[in-house]
Design a protein around this ligand. Sequence first.
Ligand code: PRP
Length: 182
Amino acid sequence: MNLNNDIKKILVTNEQIEARCKELGEQIAIDYEDKKPILLSLLRGSIPFVTTLSKYISIPLEFDYMKASSYHGGTSSTGNVAISVLPASKLEGRHVIIVEDIVDTGFTLSTVVKILKSYNPASIEIASLLDKPSMRKVDDLKIKYNGFVVPAEFVVGYGLDYNELYRQLPYVGVLKEEIYNK
Ligand code: PRP
């Protein structure tokens, strides 16, 4: 079985992701000069993106993680966001960049931002590989560093999953409907 056969079309190629991460990473390095930001990745989907993005951020930075889940295995967000891992670092007075694979309804990020604010960081910004603005259900989210805008289709790859599969695909693609309508 080859996972690539389950993909209807490729939306963002690996080359496009690499090039966009270079642009975003270089911009972050300028914006955060002397600020030693914390790249706070949301598990599990953001790992491929944070790995590629961080290669291009040439200033000192730290990594940390949180785990937030909202899909619970399906193809649409439930709005019921479960936080199961909190950051290990002390965030007070620090510059935090939340790293996400996709912003869909925005429920996950608005929950995460609310929690992070209680730690009194110096600043909070968002970096996301993908933005699906047509699905947004919260209106106060500003994504400072966005990779690509995608249409309202179910996408997998580069960290994004369907039932925990497809995360390792080196591109972002649309999953064939027959896979999730089975
Ligand atoms: C996905 C994705 C975002 C969130 C986006 O996470 O990684 O965190 O949903 O959706 P929202 O904007 O509608 O909240 P998921 O719950 O599937 O967890 P995962 O990162 O482990 O795949």
